[in-house]
Each structure stands twice: as C-alpha cells, then as structure tokens.
Design a binder for this molecule. Structure first.
Ligand code: AMP
Length: 192
C-alpha cells in the first residue's frame, strides 16, 4: 500500500525539488499542477493558451480547470495506489474537490507535509531561480503577488489538514539532502 501525500509550503520552499526526490524513494508519481501547466504552455496546447496569462500574473488558475486536470491525472494507472501532490490543493475549495475526487476510491489523503521557510529566504530563493530557470512568473512583482496569494488562499489549508490530524510540518531550511532526510523521517508513520 503506497502513500497518498500532499506537499504544502510557500512558493520557493523547495517543494518541487523535494517532491521529485520523495516520489522516487516512495515509488509514487510526483504530480505538480504547476509543471503540468508549464508543459502545456510550452507545447502550445489549448489548456496552455487558457492558462498562460493567468500563471504569468501569479494568480491561481480557476478551480474548475485545475480540479478536472487533477481528477484525470489521479485516474491514471500509476497514481492508483499512491501519489505525491505538489502545488495542489492550493485553496480550501480545492481541498474539498480533492476529497471528492478521492471519495470514490474510499481512501483519502494519508498525510499532508508542510515545508516551512522564512519569508525572506523564500524571496531570495525565488529571485535566484529567476536567474537560473527564467520562469515567466519569477519576476519581483509577480513573486510578491504569488506570496500574497499563498498567504491569503493557500496557507489556511494547513489548518484544515491539522484539524484532521493529518498535518506534519518540516523545516525547509538547509541543505537539500538534510531536508529530504527530515521529510522521510516525518513520513515514516505512513511508509510501508
Ligand atoms: P507552481 O509551479 O506550483 O508555483 O505553480 C505555478 C503557477 O501555476 C501558479 O502561480 C498558478 O498560476 C498555477 N497553479 C499551479 N497549481 C495550481 C493550483 N492548484 N490551482 C490554481 N493554480 C495553480
């Protein structure tokens, strides 16, 4: 039985890097809605055209679109037993949508892990990433907007999972390997 996991934390917390590492160790797919949107934009698909301006502004893509995308992705064979969601859910309504998507399987999320980092560190990391990766949404104004969206819409999700007894918080500061080790330790209760 593989774990069904959600990785939470602000933009720049290192979720993407850690999600790939954890997923590899756990043998589950890392599913990043942001990556899915970016690859659609890159490939010029209809979905890509619909979300291009929204993602570039740092706003959230409408829930109906995002929820359907996740519903389809989680229905694929590799995600049936377990998965690690990175960047979804992103607001309280998406938490409810994910509950509903998973309800048909009779098994909900096993654990939500939140990577915590100092806001100043997040801004430095995102500014560095802008230089390395050249993401369209890593400019200073957009970074500020994304952090505002996070504080208003995404941060409250932690309380929802905490109230269900499913939240673990992990310090996201430090070397990548150290953070991975902390995450794996935090996950040990749900690992086979
Ligand atoms: P990320 O790579 O997770 O930082 O996502 C990049 C951008 O994709 C976000 O700023 C949003 O515009 C969009 N996005 C990613 N995940 C979601 C989501 N769960 N809901 C709405 N928009 C999302």
């Amino acid at each position: 039985m593989s774990a069904r996991l959600v990785l939470l934390g602000p933009p720049g917390a290192g979720k993407g890097t850690q999600a790939v590492r954890l997923a590899e160790r756990l043998g589950v797919p890392a599913i990043s809605t942001g990556d899915i949107f970016r690859s659609n934009i890159k490939n010029g698909t209809e979905l890509g055209r619909r979300v291009q301006d929204i993602t570039a502004s740092g706003a959230l893509v409408p829930d109906e679109l995002t929820n359907e995308l996740v519903r389809d992705r989680l229905a694929q064979a590799d995600a049936v037993d377990g998965f690690l969601l990175d960047g979804y859910p992103r607001n309280v309504a998406q938490v409810a949508a994910l509950d509903e998507i998973l309800a048909v399987t009779g098994r909900g999320i096993d654990l939500a892990i939140e990577l915590t980092v100092d806001p100043q560190v997040v801004i430095e990391r995102l500014t560095n990433r802008a230089q390395i990766e050249g993401r369209a949404d890593d400019t200073e104004d957009v970074i500020r907007h994304r952090l505002g969206v996070y504080a208003e819409q995404t941060a409250p999700i932690s309380q929802v999972y905490a109230a269900r007894g499913l939240l673990v918080q992990v310090d996201g500061l430090g070397e990548v390997d150290d953070v991975t080790a902390r995450l794996l330790a935090a996950l040990s209760p749900v690992l086979p």
